[in-house]
Design a protein around this ligand. Structure first.
Ligand code: 1GP
Length: 246
């Protein structure tokens, strides 16, 4: 089954959880073990990507090959046209809409699109939006972003509706990995209101326990992404997934 259809059919039953694995932070075998845990605890897919580092080419391919053994779909979450691999099932073909640099709006996509076709990766079109989260994050800095102010949910809604009009299938509200504060509930509500059920709303960054995950789901998130917690606290990781699947 195509990954988009898989997401659509699972969302009809429950909200989803995606596990983010940074290929730069561990050896391929360890990434494979993490993916097995993700599957066991009920996560729906594994996203592979990271802001920084050198996990491209061979290491990226080996990491994904290990992750795939767990049996979950693997979706690339690339930081550039360099972070592509034929081993993955799909990729978030994303544009960082609040970047000030054309590099993250369209240039990397132009460089990568023919490779996406060659590798037969399923492109999942996504608007990526970085939200102010207390202190600067790696994604915001690296992406040359003007973060959306926390008290301006209407700015996020404006970007999200523009993305929907462009035909994008996903909107990702990102607080940044390890964010001090997650995306505000009011902003999630405002964005979901304009997206309706046609576009999936992904929320991630700084989601550290089940209570936070539940608030984000109740505000309108379709998919919750966690990265840091999978590396630091297995109990909380399990708790977050069980709350989402409640
Ligand atoms: C980062 O939103 C993801 O792209 C995950 O963030 O590492 O804080 O879970 P955390």
């Amino acid at each position: 089954m195509e990954v988009f259809e898989y997401i659509k059919s699972r969302r009809k039953k429950k909200p989803l959880h995606f596990t983010l694995i940074d290929p730069d932070k561990q050896e391929p075998e360890e990434a494979g073990e993490t993916a097995k845990k993700a599957k066991e605890y009920g996560s729906d897919a594994v996203m592979v990507g990271g802001t920084f580092g050198d996990a491209y080419g061979e290491k990226l391919n080996r990491t994904i090959a290990e992750i795939k053994k767990a049996g979950l779909p693997v979706i690339l979450f690339p930081n550039s046209a360099q972070q592509l691999s034929p081993e993955a099932d799909a990729l978030f073909f994303m544009s960082l809409l609040n970047s000030r640099s054309t590099q993250y709006l369209i240039d990397e996509q132009m460089k990568g699109s023919l490779l996406v076709e060659k590798y037969r990766l399923e492109p999942l079109s996504m608007a990526y939006l970085i939200v102010e989260s207390g202190s600067p994050t790696g994604a915001g800095w690296a992406g040359d972003v003007r973060p959306i102010p926390r008290e301006k949910p209407e700015f996020a809604a404006g970007y999200a509706l523009a993305a929907k009009y462009f035909g994008m299938k996903f909107v990702y509200l990102e607080a940044g990995s390890g964010a001090e504060k997650p995306v505000p509930n009011e902003m999630i509500k405002a964005v979901k209101k304009v997206l309706g059920s046609d576009v999936f709303l992904i929320v991630g960054g700084g989601i550290r326990d089940g209570k936070i995950a539940l608030e984000k789901i109740q505000s309108g998130a379709d998919i919750i992404v966690t990265g840091t917690i999978v590396e630091s606290d297995e109990r909380k990781f399990k708790e977050i997934i069980s709350v989402i699947k409640g």
